[in-house]
Design a protein around this ligand. Structure first.
Ligand code: ADP
Length: 243
């Protein structure tokens, strides 16, 4: 079963069209890069997937559950890291996670087990009592990933998670998420305007002006550009510089 099905989705803010008949599916356990320059429609798609906005046209399914007809089951399979951090800087790492679990009605004992598990998985065990304010940007993002994975979703959505990170933290974060994908079979949709965050083994979804202009294995998409993803992206979006 696909991790995600997006079928003929269009969305407008008033008269402004943000998505135009977007369709794609994500096979489970793959790292997919949702690429597109600013304004392409990436955040709008994520807002629809998380039900921040209601669908106007088309259909979305997460792990076989329709977001319209079975929203609880669909959202149960989703973990989300939004562009803007929503961590409480004055609470510790552990308190942030406990607070989130309580808000979602997770029993205390289960929450404690999951928090231990996630902190270990995100290599944050030693920072658990530190205030989030004391963490660097990369570690804060990992706390958000731990939080997004507490309820064991099958699909992790990240909206421009590397914004504001220095190049080394950016690479460390993306390698970390790739590893979760490889080791745990998690499906990942990573939205970015930075082409160098995509790799040849990824699935690429290229959005431009609300339209999906390319989708598939990065290697296949860049084949006619001798495997050069940058050249392929420029050809597709006809932009000089995507960064
Ligand atoms: P991206 O995440 O790729 O930068 P967005 O989804 O934020 O793209 O934006 C897609 C289009 O929708 C852009 O033209 C943007 O200006 C417009 N848009 C986004 N949010 C709003 C909003 N709340 N009201 C009106 N227009 C919006």
């Amino acid at each position: 079963m696909n991790a995600l099905e997006v079928a003929d989705v269009s969305f407008s803010y008033g008269a402004r069209r943000a998505l135009e008949q977007v369709s794609f599916s994500l096979a489970p356990g793959r790292f997919s890069a949702l690429l597109g320059p600013n304004g392409a429609g990436k955040s709008t798609l994520i807002a629809l997937l998380t039900r921040l906005y209601d669908l106007q046209q088309g259909e979305l399914q997460v792990c076989g559950h329709s977001l319209r007809q079975q929203p609880r089951q669909a959202l149960r399979q989703l973990g989300v890291v939004f562009q803007q951090s929503t961590l409480d800087l004055d609470l510790s790492v552990e308190q942030n996670l406990r607070y989130h679990a309580a808000l979602h009605g997770m029993p205390r004992k289960l929450a404690a087990e999951r928090i231990d598990q996630e902190l270990a998985r995100q290599h944050l065990g030693e920072r658990r009592r530190d205030k989030v304010r004391e963490l660097n940007g990369g570690h804060r993002r990992r706390v958000e990933i731990a939080r997004a994975l507490l309820h064991h979703p099958r699909l992790l959505l990240l909206d421009e998670p590397s914004v504001g990170l220095d190049p080394a933290s950016r690479q460390a974060l993306i390698q970390h998420v790739r590893q979760l994908c490889r080791d745990e079979g998690l499906s990942v949709l990573w939205a970015t305007h930075l082409l160098d965050e995509a790799q040849a083994e990824d699935v690429l979804l290229v959005l431009n002006h609300g339209r999906l202009i390319a989708q598939g294995d990065a290697a296949a998409i860049s084949q006619q550009d001798d495997g050069d993803l940058n050249a392929a992206f420029q050809r597709l979006t006809q932009l000089k510089d995507c960064a």
